[in-house]
Every structure is written in C-alpha cells, then in structure tokens.
Design a protein around this ligand. Sequence first.
Ligand code: TYD
Length: 132
Amino acid sequence: MSLVHIIDLPMLGDDRGQLVAIEGNKQVPFDIKRVYYIYGTGSSVSRGFHAHKELEQMAVCVSGSCEMILDDGKYKETVYMNSPKQGVMVPSLVWHEMHDFSDDCVLLVFASDHYDEADYIRNYQEFLTYHK
Ligand code: TYD
C-alpha cells in the first residue's frame, strides 16, 4: 500500500479564475483546528524532519513546488508537490521531510489539532521505536 494519499480538491473556478474551497470533515478527513503555511524557504533549506504522535495533517502546495518525503519506518516515498488542486495527507506516526522548495513555494497545511510541541517526535531513532 502506498504511503502517498493524494486528495483531489474540487475546482470551483470559472472564467474569472480558480477557486478551491476546503472544509473540515469534507475534503479534509478531520476537523480542522489549525492552519499554517510555509513560504520564503531557500532552495537549499530542508524542513520537517519529525513525525507526530497524534496529529493528522494535509498539505497543499498552493504556489510553486517542493518535495515531501514520507516515511513510516518501513517504507519511504517521495511526492513532488506542485499542484494547488491536490492535498497530500501526512498521517500521525509518519516521518516527513520537505526539500527542494522553489522560490515561490507556499505550502499550506491543515492540522487536526492546535500546536503542541509534546506531540512531536524529532529524533529519528525515537521515531523508529514507535513502530516496534
Ligand atoms: P516546525 O514544526 O519545526 O517547522 P518545520 O517542520 O516546517 O521545519 O516549527 C518551526 C517553529 O515554529 C517551532 O519553533 C514551532 C513553531 N510552530 C508554532 O509555534 N506553531 C505551529 O503551528 C507550527 C507548525 C510551528
């Protein structure tokens, strides 16, 4: 089974331009409690390098492009993100890293809970013990 779960977002655009609407428990399979976005990341900078104990997330690259590595401790997959029409699920207990940000990359993330540092696993060896 692939680690990459893509959600095709409905396009509501018309001849005036594009519009994508995202609602909790509809396009995103959880209640949205937090939204954040990452932009202005240099192309030589990588981010992420953690997993969450409980948090579920969906990321949408609304502008530009980047790569996301998803790793469940057994399998690792890379997804190239360059479409504002597609959400990439980042489930709990999946190590994720983001690389190769374009200058214009804006990565929008919907999260199932408020920010809580205690939910982070930032050490890869510790992450692997969660899968044993
Ligand atoms: P972090 O999650 O480590 O960023 P990334 O995974 O993109 O490398 O977050 C960077 C900093 O921002 C860290 O000090 C925690 C803080 N932060 C919040 O305060 N609230 C949030 O919702 C997020 C995502 C991060």
